[in-house]
Design a binder for this molecule. Structure first.
Ligand code: DOR
Ligand code: ZN
Length: 335
């Protein structure tokens, strides 16, 4: 069996910088493009830094045609800053992190009230707002507690395109169905694993991410929504590489590295559930429609021949361990 995808997109990707960028960028090259996260150290807050980062990504990707949808770290930007960003080629939108909620987010927003004038201007200009939606509460409740913030944002700014990034709960899906101006991304791991896979037996650091994987009912609801072709749910891997020594450590960094196996694993899952015809919209069509994107032309064919996932990806002095390290996936990319 085969599935051919036109212009697959990863709507939430961490590519890092320096040697790590050089290692991981080519591993996303089967995608036609991706929304690139700005949480470097320091974060990308200015169009100049964004353009320079986009160039480093282009160099690291090699020959392939790959559309970079660049984001800026939300910092209550002024009207002038918004205008400047909008006039910068490659700019896609702002990524809002609650201060200190995850990797390199210390400079995020502490009080959303103070951000209202920026959000109003973004609404007027049609700039998307991408949100890491977690509170500072108990780890399993963080997304649920943040839903009231999404609700307020969706009601206060009815024309603002608000993307709930990496949703992990059935409750977030319900909210998505309540407001037309909400859309959402979901990762590969949150369609597959629960907290049990992370910490129910021996602790598995390479499955530890934020938001943390939740309950079976949440995972099942997310998978069903994807398989049913929910029109406002998009694939965003949140592939988040960390050096192996920072994952296999006392104080494990949050992030699951899935970029190189995401498309084969998605094909395996959608085919196994008889939903192969829904994959195109999940990995591209919905995003193109919601955001009006026209990515680079790239056709990729997947087939039901096994892929051996490397135990580790290493180059440029870096080592990163992927999800399914050393295991086999029953689908692969046909070259
Ligand atoms: O697990 C995560 N890793 N969640 C995030 O929100 C950030 C990401 C990272 O940058 O490592
Ligand atoms: Zn992320």
């Amino acid at each position: 069996m085969e599935i051919t995808l036109e212009a697959p997109l990863d709507m939430h990707l961490h590519l890092r910088d320096g040697d790590m960028l050089k290692l991981v960028a080519p591993l996303s090259a089967d995608f036609a493009g991706a929304v690139i996260m700005p949480n470097l150290v320091p974060p990308i807050t200015e169009p100049g830094g964004m353009v320079a980062y986009g160039e480093r990504i282009r160099e690291a990707m090699g020959e392939t045609d790959f559309t970079r949808y660049m984001t800026l770290f939300f910092t209550k930007q002024t009207e002038q800053q918004l205008e400047q960003a909008m006039g910068t080629p490659g700019f896609f939108g702002y990524k809002l992190y609650p201060a200190g909620i995850t990797t390199n987010s210390e400079g995020g927003v502490a009080n959303l009230k103070e951000a209202e004038s920026t959000l109003k201007m973004m609404e007027e200009r049609g700039i998307p707002l991408l949100v890491h939606g977690e509170s500072h509460g108990f780890v399993m409740d963080r997304e649920a507690e943040f839903l009231s913030v999404y609700r307020t944002l969706a009601e206060t700014f009815p024309r603002l395109r608000i993307c709930m990034e990496h949703i992990t709960t059935a409750a977030a899906l319900e909210l998505l169905d309540t407001y037309e101006n909400l859309c959402a991304t979901v990762t590969l791991q949150h369609l597959i694993i629960t907290l049990d896979d992370v910490a129910g037996g021996a602790l598995r650091p390479h499955l530890f991410c934020k938001p943390i994987a939740k309950r079976p009912g949440d995972r099942d609801a997310l998978l069903q929504a994807a398989l049913n072709g929910h029109p406002r749910l998009m694939f965003g891997s949140d592939s988040a590489p960390h050096p192996r020594c920072n994952k296999e450590a006392c104080g494990c960094a949050a992030g699951v590295f899935t970029a190189p196996l995401a498309l084969p694993k998605l094909a395996e899952i959608f085919a196994a559930h008889g939903a192969a015809d829904k994959l195109q919209d999940f990995v591209s069509g919905n995003a193109c429609r919601i955001h009006g994107l026209t990515p680079s032309a790239k056709t990729i064919t997947l087939h039901d021949k096994p892929m051996q996932v490397p135990a580790v990806y290493r180059s440029y002095g870096q080592q990163v361990v992927p999800m399914y390290a050393g295991e086999e996936i029953s689908w692969s990319i046909r070259n």
